[in-house]
Design a protein around this ligand. Sequence first.
Ligand SMILES: [Fe+2]
Length: 495
Amino acid sequence: MTVEVNYRPGPSEASVAVEQRDPGGRPAHKPAAPAATRPTAPAAPTTPPAAAARPAPAKAAVTDDRGLSLTTTPEAARLYNQGVYNILGLRKGHYDLIAQSVVADPRFALGHAAKALMAHELCAPAIVPDELYLASLYAEKATDRERSHVNAVQSHIRGSKTALVDHVRRHPKDALLLNSIMPTILFGGAVEVPAEAWDVVERAAPAYDPDDWWFLGTLSFVRQEQLRFDEGMDLAKRSLELEPAGGHAAHSRAHCHYEMGDHVDGLKFMSDWVDGPGVGADPIDHNAWHAAVHELSLGDVAAVRRRYERQLDPAKMTGCRALVDGGQLLFRWAITPGAQPSPDMRLILDLVGHEALIHPATPFHAYHAACVLTGLEDVAGLKTLAAWAAGRRQPVFREAVAPLAEAMGDLAAHRPGLAADKLALMAPQVRRLGGSDAQREIIEEARIAALLKAERFEEAVIVLEARLSRRHAPRDVAWIEWADQQARAKQTAAA
Ligand SMILES: [Fe+2]
C-alpha cells in the first residue's frame, strides 16, 4: 500500500510514494495486528474538529515509558508508547502506530502532536495543520506537561526552536522531543550548531536511568560528534547490549567506526546489523549508506555496486532519503578514480524533482542538492540555488549555502580551479550546514575532485594526506597514488 506525500513544501512540490510498512515490534508494547491507518489523501483530521470539540475531562491514568503522565486511554497509550519506542529505536511502523493511537482515542493530544511532528519530519506537510489543531484542542484538558509538549511541537514546526528547547529543559524525560532536537536520521533537529544539541542532551542526562538504552545511544551520538570516539563506541555497545535493535546506537557506532578509519570492523558490524537485529530498521537506507561508504573507503567498488542494487537504489528509497543517501553515494562514487561507470545522477533528479534541488527545504538538503546539481552539470540550477539562498532570511543559507552553490557552479561549469579556491574559503561554514561530519565530508570530496580536475595535484595530495592523518582509508591512499601518477605524466608531457 502506498500513500502520496509531498516531498517537501516549496514553490513547486515534487511528490514521491512512501511505502506503507508493517510496524516493527518489541516485547513490551507490540500491538496486535495493527491496521493501516495512514490517510491516502491530504489529510482530513482523524476526528473532524467540529465533531470532536468536546474535550474529555482531565485524566492521567497512564504513562509513557519513562513515567510521564498521558491523558488518554490505556489502549491509545499502549499504541503511542509502541510508536514512540519505534521512533526512538528507528524501527518500522512508528507512524502507523502513532496514527492508530489517535484512532483509539481521538481526544489524545500527544498522539495528534506526534502525528503532526512525524508528518513534518517525513516531508508530508499536508497532514500537519489538522493534527496540530486537534493536538492544541485536546491539550486544553491535559496536564501542564502535555500542554507544554504540544506548544513546543507547534512552535518547532512553525520554525521557532525556543519553546522546544525550553520544554525539554523543564521536562528532560520527554524523550520524543529531546530526540527531535538532535539532528539525526529521522529528525532535522532544532539547533543552529551541534554544540547546542550537545548541551541539551548532557543537561538531560541526570533524568535518565543509567540503563536507558535510547539515552545511551543518543549520548553516544553526542560523544562521537565531540570527537570522543572511544566513549561514543562504549556507550553505543552498552546501548546495543540492552536493545540490539536500537537504531540510534547502531548509527552512532557506525559513525565511530568511520571516523576512526575502522572500515573492516565497521563494515562487518553494519552488514551484520542490517541483516540481523536491524532488519526492521526504518529507514534502512542511511545505515546501508554507512556500509556502502565503508566499502567505498576500502576501495571495493564491486561491493558498493552490489549493495547499491540490493539496498541503495534511489528508486527504492523514500522521501528525503533519495536526495540525502542516494545523492551522497552517487556523487562520491562518480568522483572516485577507477570506479566508473557510476549510476546516473538523473535518477535522483527524477525522484525528487528540480524544484526540490533549487529551492531545498533545509541547509542540510541544500548541500546534497548542490552535489546532485553538480553531478548533473546543471550550471543554471546551481546559479538559481546560489541566488535563492543569498536572498534567504536564515543566515546559514546566505553565508554557507549560497557560497557553496556558487563554488559548485564553477565546478559544474568546468572552472575547477576557481571552484577549489571557493570551496576552501567557505570551509569554516561547513559545520553549519547540518548532518554529520561523515555527510559534510562530501564538500571536502568536491574540493579534492576540483583540485585534481585543475591539475593542482600537489594541493589535492595535501588535502588527502591531512584526511589520512585523521583516519585511514585505502581509497584515499589509492587517490594519492593516482594523483602522483597524473602529476608525473604531466611532467613527462611537459619535458
Ligand atoms: Fe550517519
